[in-house]
Design a protein around this ligand. Structure first.
Ligand SMILES: [Zn+2]
Ligand SMILES: [Zn+2]
Length: 541
């Protein structure tokens, strides 16, 4: 009778070693200060991976905002979601457990996305849904404002028009009641477009969700390309007879292992994307540190100079595509409103703290004359003179926006983030002020730009670019991003060939994912997920 118990002890020992090994070799998706392991740590780790995958260049589904959640397996009345952090930099420490009212189980907190209710309300309405993603993917946003339906096979993806349940106003799905309406519009489908906003995809597993999100974006891109071809379109060329049994080859069993659940094919696709994003998570720590940015020995306000360097790098980051080699960004000195900071004549991508000049509002360097300033610098000083409310300015030649200055088509809001521009932006035609000139290189022309701008947030420069204002550097960078995104979505929506719905709302709408509070000071960036994300992108390059 001794042998079986010895065998059992041996088995237990083997099991214990295996358990320790499994724990020790678990995927390291926690970047720093790993939190103690939670009961559903494997699921949380997969949610982190899903965030990174959806934000990767490979999938391109989520930008700096957007969010993805997964329902708890042990308690179907709870779900996991990241706090207000850009999906591309989410770690396990950022994951919150919510109930289906989208309230954190661990007590109140103020660092959640405003439109998180989408997740809770869909989980309430749809017991079959185990994972949800909400995105602002431009291709999907374009279909969201077009009369041309987005087709996936024989089906049409519905559009949730928030105006019908929000007193005619567009905006984000920022309340449980609005999210409840969205869930009702979704019905038993797995995807819906949000007018002026983006899309929501739901899935029976997180693996399935990634695949569906990817498939939805690809369907939109393919349909755009087919419309471009101009011929007849068979929307479902591989259609099989209804009720035909699937061929034996696709009757793969569900894979019991793995926490995501799904078919073998889905598990393989997940594994592939996991390989793509894992180096981004477990590689050398890419968090920005002060020593990445060379510092001035005795700068006037180091935090604001550092932010200006970051703004230069972010705006010229290829993935954002806002500044070319010649654009510039400035910030008013918060301690002396009659001065502003701007880089010397240098491409924004190369700017360091040592390249920052302090100018007066005549755009003359405070430290004495110098010959290495941008020619078009006068826009900055003259706008700061005319507009005491303006704290930061971007001048850019962003191609997606320039085309609207050369066309009879007006740039108008098609996404919530573009609402700040109002109904339309004024256009400055330099030839009306100086027939020989094409650039803004005199104080007089700078004044003419400020005059046409008047009290608007931005002015388009005909055949040239734009000047954009903000209440802070973070604000002006976010606006530059939104302005380009709006131009892209509008151009794509028009190219679809149907009728385009433009957003109309008199007052400025808050940016999705951001709270409506006034802009923060340069040192307080905790609730500005996009800025933190973009900062890390430029430091990692
Ligand atoms: Zn220019
Ligand atoms: Zn949203």
């Amino acid at each position: 009778m001794k042998t079986p118990s010895r065998l059992m002890a041996f088995c237990i020992a083997i099991f214990a070693v295996a358990l320790i090994w499994a724990t020790w070799s678990a995927p390291a998706v926690v970047a720093e200060n790993p939190a103690p392991s939670r009961p559903e740590q494997a699921l949380i780790d997969e949610l982190v991976l899903a965030n990174r995958m959806l934000a990767s260049d490979e999938l391109g589904f989520l930008d700096a905002f957007g969010h993805v959640s997964v329902r708890s397996r042990s308690n179907p009345n709870h779900y996991y979601i990241a706090r207000s952090v850009s999906p591309g930099i989410v770690t396990a420490n950022d994951i919150i457990e919510n109930d289906l009212d989208s309230k954190p189980v661990s007590g109140e907190r103020n660092d959640q996305y405003q439109d998180r209710f989408i997740h809770g309300e869909i989980y309430k309405a749809r017991p079959d849904v185990m994972a949800v993603v909400h995105s602002r993917t431009p291709e999907l946003a374009a279909f969201g404002v077009s009369s041309v339906p987005l087709r996936v096979g024989d089906n049409t993806v519905p559009i949730f028009d928030i105006r019908t349940v929000n007193n005619g106003r567009s905006g984000i799905v920022g309340t449980a009641a609005l999210a409840h309406s969205l869930a009702a519009s979704l019905g038993n489908r797995n995807a819906i477009l949000l007018l002026g906003h983006g899309a929501v995809v739901a899935g029976p597993s997180i693996y399935n969700l990634i695949d569906s999100a990817h498939g939805l974006r690809r369907a939109a891109q393919r349909q755009q390309q087919l419309i471009g071809l101009g011929g007849q379109w068979d929307s479902n060329p591989l259609r099989v007879a209804p009720n035909a049994p699937p061929p034996a080859a696709v009757q793969r069993p569900m894979v019991p292992t793995g926490t995501g659940g799904g078919t073998e094919a889905l598990e393989r696709i997940w594994e592939y994307w996991k390989q793509v994003v894992t180096p981004l998570i477990t590689g050398p720590n890419k968090l920005p540190h002060a020593d990445h940015v060379p510092r001035q020995a005795d700068g006037p306000d180091q935090a604001i100079i550092d932010d200006l360097v970051y703004a230069n790098r972010i705006l010229s980051y290829k993935g954002l595509g806002i500044l070319d080699a010649l654009g510039h960004v400035s910030v008013r000195d918060p301690r002396n409103p009659n001065h502003y900071f701007i880089a010397r004549y240098l491409s924004a991508a190369f700017v360091t703290a040592n390249d920052i000049t302090e100018n007066d509002l005549d755009s003359k360097p405070v430290a004495g004359p110098r010959s290495d300033q941008f020619q078009e610098i006068y826009m900055h000083g003259e706008i700061y003179k005319a507009r005491p409310d303006v704290m930061a300015i971007v001048h850019a030649h962003t191609p997606e926006i320039v085309v609207f200055t050369e066309s009879s088509v007006t740039m108008r809001p098609v996404i919530n983030g573009g609402m700040f521009m109002g109904e339309r932006l004024p256009i400055h035609d330099v030839r009306k002020f100086d027939p020989r000139e094409i650039l803004i290189r005199t104080p007089e022309l700078g004044r003419s730009v400020a005059m046409v701008l008047a009290n608007r947030p931005a002015v388009l420069l005909k055949g040239h670019g734009y000047a954009l204002t903000g209440s802070s550097l973070h604000d002006v960078v976010a606006r530059a991003y939104q302005l380009r995104m709006n131009a892209k979505v509008q151009e794509q929506a028009i190219a679809l060939g149907g009728k385009v719905t433009y957003l109309e709302q008199p007052e400025e709408a808050p940016l999705p994912g951001r709270t409506a509070v006034p802009a923060k000071s340069s040192s307080d960036v905790q609730d500005d997920p996009a800025w933190e994300y973009w900062k890390q992108l430029v430091v990692a390059k």
